[in-house]
Design a protein around this ligand. Structure first.
Ligand code: SME
Length: 155
C-alpha cells in the first residue's frame, strides 16, 4: 500500500479508536501510539505539545512516543513554537538549518509540526514528529497528519 492509502487507513483507525472519548489526553496518547507504530522507524519521536491554558504563550509536553522530550516550549521558539504562532503546518527538512530549533534529541535531523484545533477552531496543541532521517517528510505526510489532527478532538 502507498503512503496515501496508509494515511487513509490510519485516519479511520485513529478516529474510530478515540470516538466519543471524553478524556482528551487519551485521544492524544492513542494517536501518538498508532502513528509511531505505523511509521516506525521513520518516525523517531511522535507526540503532542499542548497549549497550556494556565500559562499563556506556552506549550507543555503531552502524550508522546520516543526519547525524552523537553517539557515546555514558548510560542515562537523552535519549530513547535513557530507552528503554534503561525497556526499552520511546518516541514523542516534540516533542523540544523532552522533558526532557534530546540534539540531535545541530537539524533533528530528533520521534522514536521501540525496544529491541532478544538471544536471552536481554537489552537489546542501541535503534533510534532521528528526523524533521524534528513528530509523525511513531504506533502503526503502534511496532508495525512493534518487530516488526522483535524478530527482528533471531535471524532
Ligand atoms: N524539535 C522541537 C522540540 C521538541 S522535540 O524535538 C521533542 C522544536 O524545535 O520545536
Amino acid at each position: 500500500m502507498d503512503r496515501v492509502g496508509q494515511y487513509e487507513d490510519l485516519k479511520a483507525e485513529i478516529h474510530s479508536v478515540v470516538a466519543g472519548e471524553t478524556y482528551v489526553p487519551a485521544r492524544y496518547a492513542s494517536a501518538a501510539c498508532l502513528l509511531a507504530e505505523a511509521f516506525r522507524p521513520r518516525f523517531f519521536w511522535t507526540g503532542f505539545y499542548i497549549v497550556d491554558t494556565l500559562k499563556p504563550g506556552e506549550l507543555v509536553v503531552g502524550p508522546y512516543q520516543g526519547t525524552l522530550g523537553c517539557l515546555r516550549i514558548p510560542f515562537g521558539k523552535g519549530v513547535c513554537g513557530a507552528c503554534a504562532d503561525q497556526q499552520a503546518s511546518i516541514i523542516v527538512p534540516d533542523v540544523h538549518a532552522f533558526p532557534g530549533h530546540i534539540a531535545c534529541d541530537s539524533r533528530t535531523n528533520s521534522e514536521i509540526v501540525v496544529p491541532v484545533f478544538d471544536a471552536n477552531g481554537k489552537l489546542a496543541a501541535v503534533l510534532d514528529v521528528d526523524s533521524e532521517q534528513p528530509d523525511a517528510f513531504d506533502e503526503t505526510d502534511r496532508l495525512g497528519l493534518e487530516a488526522i489532527c483535524a478530527r482528533l478532538l471531535t471524532a
